[in-house]
Ligand binder design. Structure first.
Ligand code: ADP
Ligand code: MG
Ligand code: MG
Length: 239
């Protein structure tokens, strides 16, 4: 079974039909890049996958089980975890407090598991620092650790490198590689095509509310992806 599968998802906001029947599945150890112009519906699709938005129609299966009533709490329980473009941390709490809040584990348990995770991932994040003193990259690390502590099986990274330096990006990619090896499924939202070839196993183009291209990364060239985003020399933005 796929870790999760979306089937024929439709979603409109008022008269604006953003998703016109999108189907997408992810399996263990897949890193699926989701590419599309601004406003193509990438974030909307991922918010549906995390129960933040409700689809107008379509189905969601998690590990083969059809989920009828879905919400963010169930998404977390099922191991689906979004690392938002702008992390939503409690600024006046420490890293450790941010990791522990709303979590039915003791401080000691969280500390032990977090230290193990940080060591495995090669990150050096001081648990006693306040969230408001963290760089964007460190905030992201905190969000990823938060998901992994809760046994994330599917991680969604929404344009994660947009505010990272070159070396921070390299560090993130190394971690993605490790998570992939550990069996985590990753949706990687981006509009940077070079990154797509660096880290993904699969690529998906979302355009005009539909998936217009989907497949294993090794069958695509950069030119094919560009063409998929902007067909026939039509350089109009798709918003
Ligand atoms: P992307 O992430 O690909 O840039 P989004 O999913 O954020 O695109 O947005 C797709 C379209 O849906 C845009 O036209 C956006 O304005 C619209 N949209 C997204 N969320 C909402 C909302 N909560 N209310 C109204 N329109 C929305
Ligand atoms: Mg956008
Ligand atoms: Mg977006």
């Amino acid at each position: 079974n796929p870790l999760v599968e979306l089937k024929n998802i439709q979603k409109s906001f008022h008269q604006n039909q953003v998703l016109k029947g999108v189907s997408l599945a992810i399996h263990k150890s897949e890193v699926i890049s989701i590419i599309g112009g601004n406003g193509a519906g990438k974030s909307t699709l991922m918010k549906i996958l995390t129960g933040v938005y409700k689809a107008d129609s379509g189905e969601l299966e998690i590990n083969g089980e059809n989920i009828i009533h879905f919400n963010p709490l169930i998404a977390h329980q099922k191991g689906i975890y979004l690392v938002p473009q702008e992390p939503l941390l409690f600024p006046n709490m420490t890293v450790e407090q941010n990791l522990t809040i709303g979590f039915d584990k003791t401080k000691a348990e969280v500390r032990t598991t977090t230290k193990k995770l940080l060591e495995q991932l090669g990150w050096d994040l001081d648990l006693h620092r306040y969230a408001n003193s963290l760089t964007i990259a460190e905030q992201q690390q905190l969000e990823i650790i938060k998901g992994l502590l809760r046994n994330a099986k599917v991680l969604i990274l929404d344009e994660p490198t947009s505010a990272l330096t070159f070396s921070e990006t390299k560090s993130l990619f190394a971690v993605i590689e490790k998570l992939k090896t550990a069996g985590v499924g990753i949706f990687y939202i981006t509009h940077r095509l070079d990154e797509v070839f660096q880290i993904s196993t699969h690529a998906v183009i979302l355009r005009d509310g539909n998936i217009t291209l989907k497949g294993k990364i090794d069958q695509f060239t950069k030119e094919m992806l560009i063409e998929g985003l902007i067909p026939d020399g039509n350089i109009k933005n798709d918003t």
